[in-house]
Design a protein around this ligand. Sequence first.
Ligand SMILES: [Zn+2]
Length: 212
Amino acid sequence: MPRAKTPFAAGRLWLDFVNTDEAPRHALGDALASFDGYLAWLEHAGLLDTARRGALQRRALEQPASATATLHEARRIRSALRPLAERGTHASERVTQGAVMEINRVLGRSTGVRRIGYDARDGSFHRTFVPSGDAFAALVIPVVESAADALVTGELARVRRCAAEPPCPRVFLDTSRSGRRRWCDMRSCGNRQKAARHRAASRVGRRSPPAG
Ligand SMILES: [Zn+2]
């Protein structure tokens, strides 16, 4: 997993999806700027393989309006999920209802087949969901399922936005034991904040000579 290159560090798929909007901060730009970008992100997230992505790209050339509509829907879902992720359980009722409405709209039309997969390499089993409906519309289902899980399991209480200054828009799931993680990523924002605190502390130290 080429983790260093990507912002895929939020801990949950739906939060990584919300973080795709950080165009000005990231070399990859907004993953939802184009339908191709959306497919690339889905492949990167492990939701599409290369062959499937190619098939969807070809279909998008044949049905550009449908691809555009799919992209717009993904953006709308993302903007409904962002305020929920930023505020977690402190989100307003309007924000929470808005997100639930988007989630339910997608879940309501998700038809497919549930299966058990078996990985012979390590003998593990996993659940899979094979959508049988429209291929474009089904792309966002795993993202929405992930957000639904967060709500149902109470995990939302551990979801927050990075506390860095200047503001960093990334959201993440705090899996720390203490529940006091503040930064999206220790290597970027965490280190930056520590350095800033250190600089501030040494400025204060210079201004006030030690007592005694
Ligand atoms: Zn951050």
